[in-house]
Unconditional design. Structure first.
Length: 406
């Protein structure tokens, strides 16, 4: 028995009465987050919209039961609820904030898609209404900032015009004659949304009554997705929330950069340039310091009977890249091995001059057999990380001992 869809004719109907024509226990659906016992209800009529066409399902109540999901199976709509109704005659109530938000987003998508196609020749190939943002995938060349802004501005002009939105029923053939934006290959009578002077498009979703109720359309960003371009946008209450959040971030950035809000971009560019210059200077100073310290370390580490010189050191409170500079300088000296660690992070770094004749990668693996950790490298240079940084001193002592045994 086909379920009569009340939202087809009136998306603003919040409450309704219906009769349960089928009820059964459903298996858990982990993918939907439903793990407890639930029931699937089929009603003779419903105002609940099922997940379909990129738009999520409605939520709300049927009697005392919470509606957890609404699914479309052919002509029937299944309402997944958390308890069995006591009577076959039930009252349904739509969670209105969620429904109206979806209506704003979906209707806004129609207007935006129409503007992208009419003004810039970018047809929409898919739509998704997410929990935070909505997306449309556009076919064609990459939309420039001018295209994105132009489509947004044109869409909002239609919003401000407060044009009426109507629902029409006809065949795909008749709708095709009237010039739909995207033809639908489906038999029988179709439902279409008509936005005055803008759009005629077959669609089974819920929509507002006039474009003014969309509130505002706000395009957020654009990214490449396979052969298409995904445009993120928000409408209505979501646009208000996003604009407020953006302003708060802009104000906070201006305060941290000690500049006016309109100067944030230039101030951020200057700060990044200063950071890059300071980073370059720091690396140069670390290199000079490493050369000086390496020279002192070599003087205080006399070679052993086989001529091998081993420098072992645990660093604390130094920049993370400094042990690498230090190891590189030490490894320039013949028959020299560097066994280094950064204690805070538990990093190990083993390096040697090729004339030393050892295998730093094998040594590191041997250390990790005793002290748990991960890493690797080459015969002359290997690095890794201890699972417990507290073992840094012991790991270097063990490594030094293994070198003397080899």
């Amino acid at each position: 028995m086909a379920t009569r869809r009340l939202y087809y004719d009136d998306s603003f109907q919040k409450e309704f009465t219906a009769r349960v024509v089928h009820c059964e226990v459903l298996p858990p659906d982990v993918n939907s987050g439903i793990t407890g016992t639930v029931w699937g209800l089929i009603l003779d009529r419903t105002a609940f919209y099922p997940t379909s066409g990129g738009q999520p399902n409605d939520s709300g109540k049927i009697g005392d039961a919470n509606v957890l999901d609404v699914r479309e199976e052919g002509d029937e709509i299944i309402h997944v609820v958390d308890r069995r109704p006591e009577s076959p005659d039930v009252n349904g109530c739509i969670h209105w904030p969620r429904r109206f938000d979806h209506m704003q987003q979906h209707t806004g998508q129609h207007v935006l898609s129409a503007m992208f196609q009419e003004r810039f020749g970018r047809p929409t190939v898919s739509f998704h209404l997410g929990a935070e943002v909505c997306t449309i995938d556009l076919r064609g060349p990459e939309p420039s900032e001018e295209v994105l802004e132009g489509a947004e501005r044109a869409a909002n002009q239609i919003v401000f015009d407060d044009r009426p939105i109507n629902i029409r029923y006809d065949s795909a053939e008749e709708f095709s004659k009237l010039g739909v934006r995207k033809e639908v290959k489906r038999a029988g009578i179709l439902r279409a949304i008509e936005i005055e002077g803008v759009e005629l498009q077959p669609c089974g979703g819920t929509h507002v009554k006039s474009t003014g109720q969309i509130g505002m359309a706000l395009v957020r960003r654009c990214s490449k997705v396979r052969q298409d371009w995904r445009v993120e946008f928000v409408c209505g209450g979501r646009a208000e929330k996003a604009a407020r959040h953006d302003f708060q971030l802009l104000r906070q950035a201006a305060e941290k950069l000690s500049c006016a809000q309109e100067d944030v971009a230039s101030a951020a560019s200057r700060a990044l340039a200063e950071r890059d210059a300071n980073f370059k200077n720091l690396r140069a100073m670390l290199g000079r310091l490493a050369r000086a310290e390496a020279a002192l370390a070599l003087q205080s580490a006399p070679p052993g009977p086989d001529g091998l010189r081993i420098v072992s050191r645990v660093f604390e409170g130094v920049p993370s890249e400094y042990p690498g500079f230090f190891a590189t300088e030490l490894a320039k000296s013949e028959k020299t091995v560097a066994l280094l660690s950064a204690k805070e992070q538990g990093h190990l770094l083993f390096a040697q001059h090729p004339s030393s004749g050892k295998d730093m990668n094998a040594l590191l693996k041997h250390v990790f057999e005793k002290f748990n950790g991960k890493g690797g490298g080459t015969r002359d240079f290997a690095r890794g990380k201890l699972s417990d940084p507290a073992h840094a001193d012991g790991a270097l002592a063990f490594a030094r001992e293994q070198l003397f045994r080899a």
